[in-house]
Design a protein around this ligand. Structure first.
Ligand SMILES: [Zn+2]
Ligand SMILES: [Zn+2]
Length: 166
């Protein structure tokens, strides 16, 4: 019966040198362009993130995948051989959700279609580099993150603080 079959692979993704690869059984539903300084440092430009359920992704090659804690609330993964950005994960959204740069999707592998850009985050002048001028494309823009997300981050931070003890 189809219920016991593995879910179909709908896309593959890989770093530039091919040492890190994963497959996905769900296509991303949103693409969020982040203008924050950390993304600009790490990617060289604003990074367009695809959201995914971790359970829908499966690494097939990951020997050169390394993690880096870019802030108190997030860690990022990249290939130690070619430098490609592989993922971004917020501690308070684990073990469920991850983001990965849409640019690492192998386009010819996609079954179906990828969404267009959905929104911009970290758009406030104080949040992004001065050289980054965001086009007037009519998409949703947030000064930093959506309020829901900020609330979750604050709750996580206070839980961390209280569990550390006196
Ligand atoms: Zn690589
Ligand atoms: Zn960012």
């Amino acid at each position: 019966m189809s219920g016991t079959k593995d879910a179909e692979t709908l896309f593959t993704a890989s770093c530039q040198c091919g040492s890190v690869r994963f497959t996905g059984t769900e296509l991303p539903r949103t693409l969020t362009q982040c203008h924050c300084r950390t993304c600009c440092k790490i990617s060289g430009v604003p990074c367009t993130w695809a959201s995914a359920k971790i359970s829908a992704l499966k690494f097939t090659h990951q020997d050169t995948l390394v993690e880096y804690h870019s802030s108190d609330i997030a860690k990022r993964g990249h290939c130690s051989r070619c430098g490609s950005v592989i993922f971004m994960q917020y501690h308070f959204r684990l073990p469920n959700d991850t983001d990965f740069p849409v640019g690492i999707i192998d386009e010819d592998s996609v079954k179906g279609s990828l969404p267009s850009l959905t929104s911009h985050i970290y758009c406030a002048e104080a949040s992004k580099p001065r050289w980054d001028s965001i086009p007037e494309d009519g998409l949703k823009r947030w000064d930093t993150m959506p309020p829901e997300f900020l609330k979750d981050a604050d709750r996580w931070r206070s839980e961390q603080a209280s569990s550390a003890g006196p």
